[in-house]
Design a protein around this ligand. Structure first.
Ligand code: DQQ
Length: 533
């Protein structure tokens, strides 16, 4: 295979060539899923941004259409940046997006409507001259930090939507109200803001049910829901969220005090996953999030490859019964790509043991595994100074022997382990609880230099009473996208092996802790490629 195809994904969304970044305006309309994305039609680095457009009946196989939005109006001549769709009853879909109006990156919010709303493909979009732009820079707003409108929701006679912003170093989400979707008025105070968090890109606000995993229409409020506010912080390049209360009469959002509101807070993903956006899928009553994963190789490599950027597998999202965090899981349609299955159960791994999962295409696979252990007595003591999971993973990698763990998978491994990306757990003992670390460590993923090889990691908030931990990894040539403890802590990582490619890639299960680990059950599937053209 050529340089370009070697690490190209088989089932993670990417257009046939060129650069992509943020997912934009995902929606379900007249039987089709629509996904737009920031796209450079002319190359594999960021620039010349238009809205790429693809449609699907199952969120996995895609038909790539002509781009939907180009920078061709006075109000968006310098950029058609990220935005969202709202399906307005009786009117059809309306896109709100950010237009860049000058070379200094001053931003305004604009709207676009389908030329023909009865066409399920929504191929052609128009930006009416009437009312555009619908929100402009006002006094007190930093013109180059004012972007990424959300899906709008309807309450009490008003449409409402958010726009991300920054005032000095304070991150903010402005709230706008409209009666007719074209005249918008900014509420005096942001719906929420946090000092020292920098620009809030791609905000998202939506309800989650307190009672079920089912998703909710964005306009639902009331006693049976909590709300989630997500922001993409451009300083750290991660997507953070809080669970909280939306006081719609006051146009205010108040996060619960169960986790930090800022850089130390909860993340959708503790790896490479940014500018995400959710939408409600009324056909299956679920809320789905899409997130962008950029490349971890060099710009020169991207130019050689002719492509850069993928979207993560769309994930269903719901509130954990604890109410403290969200749970995410790949959409069920992904399972239709599963072909050959291998499985094993009750395999015991003593300290230092590992075995290979044979019989699947290990470079393009889906693995689900449940581990169990009989005791936590051997767990290593937790040092309270270890507040940063990623630093801890870098310090205590898969090769450093532990008590309970490290145990997990060695993905995209070369036969003799010159290259491998371990995804694993390690359990520590703190005074009144156990601390579970989940790592996806790219530091040994490739013999190539000039790559970003982070030791991505997050802590896992799950009860260990049943002495089990589960892990699912979606392996896709240059992607390892992992879901820990049923989707409570998730890590997407981009890796570029030189030996562990295609048929030379292997998958192993390992334990490097003194406590014996049982692989209760393991199922692994070779994955078909998605049809994207
Ligand atoms: N990408 C877009 C912006 C957004 C940023 C431009 C986030 O609208 O803030 O391509 O990745």
């Amino acid at each position: 295979p050529s340089v370009g195809t070697l690490h190209q994904t088989g089932y993670h969304f990417q257009p046939p060539r060129n650069w992509i970044n943020d997912p934009n305006a995902p929606m379900y309309y007249k039987g089709l899923y629509h996904l737009f994305y920031q796209y450079n039609p002319k190359g594999s680095v960021w620039g010349n941004i238009v809205w790429g457009h693809s449609v699907s009946t199952d969120l996995i196989n895609w038909k790539v259409l002509e781009p939907a939005l180009y920078p061709d109006k006075p109000f968006d001549r310098y950029g058609v940046w990220s935005g969202s769709a709202t399906v307005v009853p009786g009117r059809g879909p309306i896109i709100l997006y950010t237009g860049v109006i000058d070379e200094r990156s001053n931003e305004v919010q604009c709207y676009a409507i389908p030329a023909n709303a009865s066409d399920p493909f929504l191929r052609k979009w128009v930006k009416p001259d009437d009312y555009n732009p619908i929100a402009i820079i006002e006094q007190g707003v930093n013109g180059s930090a004012f972007r990424d409108p959300t899906t709008a929701w309807w309450i009490d006679g008003h449409w409402k939507m958010l726009v991300g912003a920054k005032k000095k170093h304070r991150g903010e989400a402005y709230l706008y109200n409209s009666k007719d979707f074209v005249n918008w008025v900014r509420a005096k105070h942001p719906i929420h803001s946090v000092p020292n968090t920098g620009m809030w890109e791609c905000p998202d606000l939506y309800p989650v049910s307190l009672r079920s995993k089912k998703g909710l229409d964005t306009s639902i409020v009331g006693n049976s829901v909590k709300h989630v506010l997500k922001n993409s912080l451009d300083v750290t390049r991660y997507d953070y969220y809080t669970v909280g209360t939306y006081l719609w009469k006051k146009d205010k959002y108040i996060p619960d005090n169960t986790s930090e509101d800022g850089w130390g807070g909860l993340r959708y993903d503790y790896g490479n996953f940014y500018a995400s956006k959710s939408f409600f899928d009324p056909s299956k009553n679920r809320r789905i999030i899409w997130g962008w994963a950029n490349e971890s190789d060099s710009t020169e490599d991207d130019v050689k490859k002719g492509w850069a950027g993928i979207q993560g597998i769309p994930r269903s999202v719901w509130l954990d019964p604890s109410g403290r965090q969200l749970v995410q899981w790949p959409v069920e349609e992904l399972n239709n790509l599963r072909k050959k299955e291998v499985q094993t159960s009750n395999q015991i791994l003593q300290k230092g043991d590992y075995f290979e999962v044979k019989g699947i295409t290990a470079a393009q696979a889906d693995v689900e595994v449940t581990f169990s252990f009989s005791s936590l007595n051997k767990a290593e003591p937790f040092d309270p100074r270890w507040v940063n999971a990623q630093d801890l993973c870098a310090q205590k990698g898969s090769k450093i022997q532990g008590g309970v763990g490290p145990f997990g998978l060695l993905t995209l491994a070369s036969k003799r382990l010159e290259e491998f990306t371990p995804v694993f757990f390690r359990i520590f003992k703190a005074p009144n609880k156990h601390v579970i670390l989940m790592c996806s460590d790219a530091s040994s993923s490739s013999l190539a230099n000039e790559l970003y090889k982070p030791s991505f990691a997050g802590f896992v908030d799950v009860n260990l009473a049943n002495k089990k931990l589960s892990l699912r990894s979606l392996i896709d040539h240059s992607v390892v996208e992992s879901f820990g403890a049923g989707g409570r802590t998730n890590i997407l990582s981009r890796v570029y092996p030189t030996l562990a490619v295609d048929n030379h890639a292997h998958l192993f299960v390992f334990n490097n802790g003194t406590e014996k680990i049982t692989v209760k059950s393991l199922k692994a599937w070779s994955m078909r490629s998605a049809n994207i053209n």
